[in-house]
Design a binder for this molecule. Sequence first.
Ligand code: ZN
Length: 451
Amino acid sequence: MNKISSERRLRIQPTRNFGELPSNVKSKERNQRSKNDSELWLEETRIIIKTKDVIRHINVWIKDGDTPRPLAFDFSIQEIVYTLNGRQKLRKVSLQRKLPVEYVNVPQLPPDPNMKHLKFFIDLYYDDFGAFNRAYHKLGGIYIQIGNMKRELRKKLRNHFLISFVPFGGEFNDILEEFISDMKELQSGVLMTTRNEQVWVSAGLGMVTADLPQGNDMAGIKRQNAEYGCRTCKVPQNRLSDIDFDIFQNGRYHHLTNKIFDEIKSSQNITTRKRIAQEHGVCLIPNILDDLFRDRHLQTPQDPFHCLAGLARRFFDHLFKCELEKSGLDAFHNEWKSFEIPNSWKRLQSPITHFESYWMSDSLRLVMIMPFILSRCLIPAHFKQGFAESIKNECLLANIRQVKAVIVEAWSLFAKFCAKVFANEFCRSDYQTLDQLLGKLIKTLNKVINY
Ligand SMILES: [Zn+2]
């Protein structure tokens, strides 16, 4: 390791004073607060600084509703400045994820301070698969990986550790109980003997990856068809494709969801419990994984592979059933037959005749070549009239001949988006590109597809 990378750094959230706030949120009341309690505003963005640049320690009162007023403090903070679709906004400071140091409360130190301390993240995966291809019921597989491993190592089959299978009708909780009790031991640290020394090993739960609906179950959130069926935010069904929906303001935060679960638990009768659960889109009892230290929303992310392959399927379905006439499907099929498919791909069957047998990876491959196929084969007469008319109106087109360009553009945006999501490398600026691409894609899709 070179000297620069071994140097300690701090990741911090900068603050602003009243004068530095955007003008749309500067109010008399905020100005007064900045004077009374030396209030500052926290920035959403994080920056990295060197420890030697720290000048001194100060006391800040975080007014999150749970922290009482300290006897003495230098500054107070109760709001965060963030940007949504290019506009600066403010939200309460409690609408922010806690750091592990704020909720992990077991001592994990080795009994002897000179002993080597090894720390691990254990990532959990859960997915259904057809043990006998597509016949019979599906089997659930639970396996773990060591999160500290590099991606290259994690890809190897020998680094996947199978915990158990969940047979059809089996209960996830029963099967996971043993894993939870082992993890609890590891959370507080255990002594292990390696080849020539004793070491202290501690581990915590890392990422939990699962498809819908299991991912929602593991986060303790109602299934995806519920009114609030997202495990990351509280988006209602009718705003799922609304680009202006504020996921910061309406995000799900572990400590706040805890309060909802507490409220449910302390309610007297089942009707009240169900009502509270429904109101917030949470399950009646938290998932068994909550016995471990974790952030149920942050550590149960949406799985991009399932999300995008599922979305691709819906788009294909829409294209074949609602957008194209029989002549369009025939033209597509003919173009497909002669299309120069990359040599490294297995030969796929035509999506027009065999889409039902497509695997998720097949759909994502097809997405890559869709813009080319469509731009080569489509003519205006291939579109169903009603569909073409609605695109013409939605996109304010002068002529029905322009519809093709909109459809090709939508597929090309989706292909670019998938390429970015599954790229081998991902740096900070890629998040911005991805965000912009997603914005464009949603706007286009909202015009093309009416669910
Ligand atoms: Zn959401």
